[in-house]
Ligand binder design. Structure first.
Ligand code: ACO
Length: 431
């Protein structure tokens, strides 16, 4: 099949600019508008980037109409069923599933890098007792850039690899420390004979005074959730990491900016917002009233965990998480009325014209909070959990961008200026 060609035409003058086509392996073609301004004195305008690609990438593919999510070509449901978070992390970073030797070596390296500098640990003392863990995560991860001057030659693949391993290994330690700080318990050092999620659970829930037994159901549930959250192509936080990273800044600082972007309720903060919403509704009887408010634009209320910029059919991660939610609650013998409430909300929304017309379906975060809650993870730690998993994606995108032959082009969007035309300064006495 021949590749179609595209042009931009000035209907007034007939002036025409041909747009070179950028072709990927799957999905729509890209029309390269990079020369439009030069040739036509015209900007392209797309706030929210609904039709705009900021980059090429070989990491993750999403087909929002068909509900497809692939990491390096592998369907996410197959990975969630058969793989582990650490293997998926290797896949996302390196592009291929590892051999046994490669996996063992990768996992050993991640386990070796789990500790954080003792000075960094003391940074937590500077936070107020009621600091949100995401605030601490943003600050502490940014501060990592003050500790690793030895590996900041972004052009050196070995330096990039050490950064990747450090970041993925340390983020659970930092998140767990933020949790412990929030209620005054002593920090728990990592225990490197444990797998990634078991180690995290121990750092969060163990205390030095007692033995702690890891619940394998909880560790496995966390592992699956982390696989589902590991990457999602050019989402807001990943784009933030890329934009910050495109300046050549320290990679830890770039990841910190991604954490800040993830925090918002329109993005990773939605999992926390879902649980707060379920708490606020409280009872199945109050669902109709809440739904009416969610549909009323003036109320400022949205059905949290519903809708997605890309998925306009269903979010494949939500389907897996819903199944996981039932499984985990059953295995842990938990009867949570909030699951019933969530299912009722979903049922009503899916048959409601407002949601149907706008193609709003449950997203990854609609059920994840109920699982986190079942694992004993408090609501303000939901988004840090997301951040731990998404660190893999952020690191992979930063590495992909930084390794580009010819170097990174700084990300620098333009604007349509709507301010005052040029005017002369007026002395204060005349104003
Ligand atoms: N509840 C009620 N109405 C909604 C919702 C919702 N959750 N989401 C979108 N709408 C409505 C909007 O009001 C709008 O209606 P209109 O066309 O009559 O004006 C229409 O659906 C389109 O919504 P937009 O905000 O334009 O869609 P956009 O693609 O920009 O936003 C987003 C996507 C941010 C995810 C949105 O659906 C939302 O706010 N959802 C709730 C928050 C949430 O769950 N975020 C997590 C996303 S997944 C993630 O980041 C991991």
């Amino acid at each position: 099949m021949t590749t179609p060609s595209y042009s931009l035409i000035n209907n007034e003058t007939g002036e025409k600019v041909d747009l070179p086509v950028v072709k990927g392996t799957l999905g729509p073609l890209g029309a390269d508008v990079g020369k439009v301004y030069d040739k036509m004195d015209l900007f392209t305008y797309d706030p929210g980037f609904t039709s705009t690609c900021s980059t090429k990438s070989a990491i993750t593919y999403i087909d929002g109409d068909k509900g497809i999510l692939l990491y390096r070509g592998y369907p996410v449901d197959q990975l969630a069923k058969h793989s582990t978070f650490i293997e998926v992390a290797y896949l996302i970073l390196h592009g291929e599933l590892p051999s046994k030797v490669q996996l063992d070596s990768f996992e050993a390296s991640i386990r070796r890098h789990t500790m954080i500098n003792e000075s960094l640990r003391r940074f937590f003392d500077g936070f107020n007792y009621d600091a949100h863990p995401m605030a601490m995560l943003t600050g502490i991860v940014g501060s990592l850039s003050a500790f690793y001057h030895d590996t900041t030659n972004n052009k050196d693949p070995k330096h990039r690899e050490i950064f990747a391993h450090r970041m993925i290994a340390k983020i659970p330690t930092i998140a767990a420390a933020a949790y412990k700080k929030s209620f005054g318990q002593p920090f728990m050092y990592p225990k490197n004979n444990l797998d990634y999620c078991s180690n995290l659970l121990r750092m969060m829930f163990a205390v030095p005074a007692e033995e702690y037994e890891i619940n394998p159901v909880a560790a496995k549930a966390l592992d699956v959730l982390f696989i589902l959250h590991a990457d999602h192509e050019q989402n807001a936080s990943t784009s933030t990491v890329r934009l910050a990273g495109s300046t050549g800044c320290n990679p830890y600082a770039a990841i910190s900016s991604g954490i800040a972007a993830l925090w918002g309720p329109a993005h990773g903060g939605a999992n926390e917002a879902v649980l707060k919403m379920l708490e606020e509704i409280g009872d199945v009887k109050k669902v109709p009233d809440f739904m009416a408010r969610a549909k009323d634009k003036n109320s400022g209320v949205r059905l949290m965990g519903f809708g997605h910029r890309v998925y306009k059919n269903f979010d494949p991660r939500a389907t897996i998480i819903r199944e996981q939610c039932h499984k985990v609650l059953k295995e842990l013998k938990i009867d949570d009325p909030q699951l019933e409430l969530a299912m009722k909300l979903e049922e009503i929304a899916l048959s409601d014209d407002y949601f149907k017309e706008r193609k709003l379906y449950p997203n990854v975060d609609f059920y994840s909070g109920i699982i986190y809650k079942a694992l004993g993870i408090p609501v303000n730690m939901f988004t840090p959990m997301f951040a731990i998993a998404r660190t893999v994606g952020w690191v992979a995108h930063w590495s992909e961008m930084t390794a580009e032959p010819g170097g990174v082009k700084i990300g620098r969007p333009r604007q349509v200026y709507t301010g005052s035309p040029v005017r002369d300064y007026a002395p204060i006495a005349t104003r």
